[in-house]
Design a protein around this ligand. Structure first.
Ligand code: SF4
Length: 95
């Protein structure tokens, strides 16, 4: 099964409030200078939540599959990561 096929088994209930945030945008500039592009968060996320645009990280939190990989990958501990509020986020799609 491909990553795209696995992602299709999930359903998303978007929260209006992001459960992900960048603590300090300047750390991302340091990170890019040190690790280059794609940054660790960009390359590890299977759902393409993070992208580098106009010298900053864009967080498309509504795509998040809540695996937590980005949080672990960030060498600066710069991602504020919580689960979505109750009833929001992902669930398995049945049938
Ligand atoms: S890995 Fe962390 S510091 Fe690096 S760009 Fe991503 S959020 Fe920023």
């Amino acid at each position: 099964m491909t990553t795209e096929e696995k992602l299709y088994t999930l359903r998303y209930k978007k929260d209006d409030e992001s459960h992900l945030a960048i603590a300090d945008a300047n750390k991302c500039l340091e990170c890019t200078a040190k690790y280059g592009e794609p940054q660790p968060c960009v390359s590890i996320c299977p759902a393409n939540v993070f992208s580098w645009q106009n010298n900053k990280i864009i967080v498309s939190y509504e795509n998040c599959v809540e695996c937590g990989a980005s949080r672990i990958s960030c060498p600066y501990d710069n991602i504020i990561w919580k689960y979505p509020r109750f009833g929001k986020g992902i669930a398995l799609r049945y049938g």
